[in-house]
Design a protein. Structure first.
Length: 91
């Protein structure tokens, strides 16, 4: 009798494990395509990183954000760099 109760408990636990495993597989099926895109993007950024660092190193330091050039008012004339809404404003 005690063995039957223990085996019943084990069977219940195995059923719970199966349900959880099925949920994990379902979630993985949704996530996996996105992981492929993330991996491709990461590889692209990693390849571009040396060039980006070189560009940043050769960029005039006054183009970088500092307290002085962030304290702009609406009356401050600015030089716009960029061709869309997110432009860098410089004094």
């Amino acid at each position: 009798m005690a063995i039957a109760v223990l085996l019943g408990g084990i069977a219940d636990n195995l059923d719970d494990c199966l349900e959880n495993t099925e949920k994990v597989v379902g979630h993985a099926e949704v996530v996996l395509p996105g992981l492929g895109r993330i991996n491709q993007t990461t590889k692209l950024v990693a390849k571009a990183l040396p060039a980006l660092i070189e560009i940043a190193d050769s960029t005039p330091k006054e183009w970088f954000a500092t307290p002085a050039n962030l304290a702009l008012t609406d009356a401050t004339p600015v030089k716009r760099i960029g061709h869309h809404d997110s432009v860098l404003k410089l004094r």
